[in-house]
Design a protein around this ligand. Structure first.
Ligand SMILES: [Zn+2]
Length: 317
């Protein structure tokens, strides 16, 4: 029997020392596990002094990760100890079960880390829905708070760093995103896109060899000032983007030559219903709007031709 209890404790609390399972009660939805700490005393939270003088005790019911599809609720009896240190500002203190609970926590530490992992993967709203699937009622804001409370990762200094801007509100507020080009992982975010901010960030990381950036002057200046030892290169995405924009401008300027070829098969029909006489509420004279209007007319003309051809084919058979 004793061996069974030990195995049960190992199963339920594999990394928690000094804990005894008193009872396990299972109903249709919830597994209720009653447990207590087996240490004779505890360290005072004020002066770190040891005390075994029990003042009182009370139960707490933190939620835990589910078992076999059922929600788990612990019933932990916590003792309040008297601190014997006359110089300590605390007269009593409550014990904590290291690795299992924290002060004022309504979840176990492993449920807290599980919810934080869900939040990292899915963020607030979807994370809260996923938590509901395994029986934990939690708001999206709480999921986000758990993610924000995680310590910041400390990625290694990249050898090739990509620099670009990001918008928190497009057209109004911009920051700078820094990416490890070799791992394709974001490394850091700066709250603005000032040359001085980028220069300060680069100056703290002398191991950087290449800065991959667009042609914005503030990034060029920041990289030159903060990391003069690096080689600056224009990144491939911006080169292709600039090239495609130039090609589009060039084609648009010569579209009158191309338009004849494109519209030729439907010329007669287009002339029959020119876009300017369709009563369109949109203004004419804008190059982009005129292109869209011409394309719309051409599509409908071809559609009408196809329908007429299909009808004549059907009537002839
Ligand atoms: Zn104390």
């Amino acid at each position: 029997m004793e061996e069974t209890v030990l195995r049960l404790e190992e199963l339920l609390f594999p990394s928690i020392a000094d804990i005894a399972v008193l009872s396990v009660d299972v109903n249709d939805e919830v597994v209720l596990i009653e447990a207590r700490c087996t240490m004779a005393g505890a360290d005072c939270v004020g002066c770190r002094g040891w005390s075994e003088r029990v003042h009182s005790s009370y139960p707490r019911f933190p939620a835990d990760v589910p078992i076999a599809g059922k929600r788990v609720r612990l019933c932990l009896r916590f003792r309040r100890f008297i601190c014997g240190n006359a110089l300590c500002e605390r007269r009593t203190f409550v014990e904590q079960m290291a690795g299992l609970t924290r002060r004022y926590g309504r979840w176990t530490e492993r449920l807290r880390s599980t919810l934080a992992a869900v939040g990292l993967a899915l963020a607030g709203r979807a994370g809260a829905r996923m938590a509901g699937v395994f029986g934990v009622a939690v708001s999206r804001r709480t999921v986000l708070r758990l993610v924000e409370a995680l310590p910041d990762p400390d990625p290694p200094v990249p050898r090739v760093v990509g620099v670009d801007e990001y918008a928190t509100r497009k057209g109004r507020f911009y920051g700078t995103v820094l990416v490890d080009v070799e791992t394709r992982r974001p490394v850091d975010l700066l709250p603005d896109r000032e040359a001085s901010s980028l220069a300060a960030w680069l100056a703290e990381r002398p191991g950087i060899e290449f800065v991959c950036r667009d042609r914005a002057p503030f990034f060029a200046e920041g990289a030159t000032v903060g990391a003069p030892q690096t080689v600056q290169v224009a990144d491939r995405w911006h080169l292709w983007h600039n090239l495609s924009e130039a090609a589009e401008r060039c084609v648009a300027q010569h579209r009158s030559c191309l338009g004849v070829l494109v519209r030729e098969p439907a010329e007669s029909a287009v002339v029959a219903s020119p876009p300017e006489t369709t009563g369109s509420p949109w203004p004419t004279g804008h190059r982009f709007a005129d292109r869209i209007r011409d394309r719309h007319a051409t599509v409908h003309t071809l559609l009408a031709q196809d329908t007429a051809d299909a009808r004549s084919a059907a009537s002839s058979t």
